[in-house]
Design a protein around this ligand. Structure first.
Ligand code: FPP
Length: 234
């Protein structure tokens, strides 16, 4: 039986890579590279703890505003991650999926993503869900467009659409809402992340910068979650 005290779905806003790097007089990209190591640790910790879905905010629709060299470096890191981790994901029974406007990502990234998603399709111990070119408002707008098309086509009735139906039009249509949201670097913002899905999630803020957030920090967040009383407005 599933342990109710372990969150099924954990979502993470991995913040503070740039500050971690500046504090060490390093280029911002060094912070992102160090952040990729934390990604590997947290995935391991999530799997070992019995978390079933881990959604990581890896690239937002707003991140395009960063200098081109930083955007390019972030995609290169993602490509390297996929190249170096595909076999490890398969061996560990981890499935990789992605949410966001995937069609807006560079072609090479899209190809690599598709390949790793196909190869890890049967993974069932953990779903690693990467939010890429993701923005919650665009997601909601995309869902509204899809609902409207279905209404025009007579496949949906505007007077009958309820919250559950609407959730079925979001990128996360097959996933339960996150139980726990972790954000690093002490910032207390949602930053356009899963605005619909986080309505009743517990929020855990860590003061650590993402590259310093390791296995023990993730376990500490799960321990704090254990002591929370979920209320759902009741
Ligand atoms: C936020 O730090 C982090 C990002 C915008 C990107 C997250 C990317 C990684 C952790 C690297 C690799 C990811 C994968 C999935 C392999 P920031 O740059 O906003 O930091 P700052 O607020 O201190 O400037």
């Amino acid at each position: 039986m599933a342990d109710k005290l372990v969150p099924v779905h954990v979502a993470v806003i991995m913040d503070g890579n740039g500050r971690w790097a500046s504090q060490r007089n390093l280029p911002r990209i060094a912070g992102h590279s160090a952040g990729a190591k934390s990604v590997e640790e947290v995935i391991k910790a999530a799997k070992e703890s019995g978390v079933k879905i881990l959604t990581l905010y890896a690239f937002s629709t707003e991140n395009w505003k960063r200098p081109k060299y930083e955007v390019d470096a972030l995609f290169k890191l993602l490509e390297n991650y996929i190249d170096s981790q595909t076999e490890i994901l398969i061996k560990n029974d981890i499935r990789l999926s992605a949410i966001g406007r995937i069609e807006g990502l560079p072609d090479t990234v899209q190809r690599k993503l598709k390949s790793v998603m196909d190869k890890t399709m049967s993974g069932s111990s953990l779903l690693l869900n990467l939010a890429l070119n993701y923005g919650a408002r665009s997601e909601i707008v995309d869902a509204v467009r899809a609902v409207s098309k279905d209404c025009v086509a007579g496949k949906a009735d505007p007077d009958r659409i309820d919250e559950k139906d609407f959730s079925g039009y979001l990128y996360t249509k097959n996933l339960p809402d996150p139980d726990l949201l972790i954000r690093t670097s002490g910032e207390m913002r949602l930053s356009n992340f899963l605005l619909w899905q986080l309505s009743y999630s517990e929020i855990y803020i860590s003061k650590k910068m993402w590259p310093d957030f390791k296995k023990d920090d993730f376990i500490e967040a799960l321990n704090e979650y254990r002591n929370r009383q979920r209320r759902y407005g009741g």
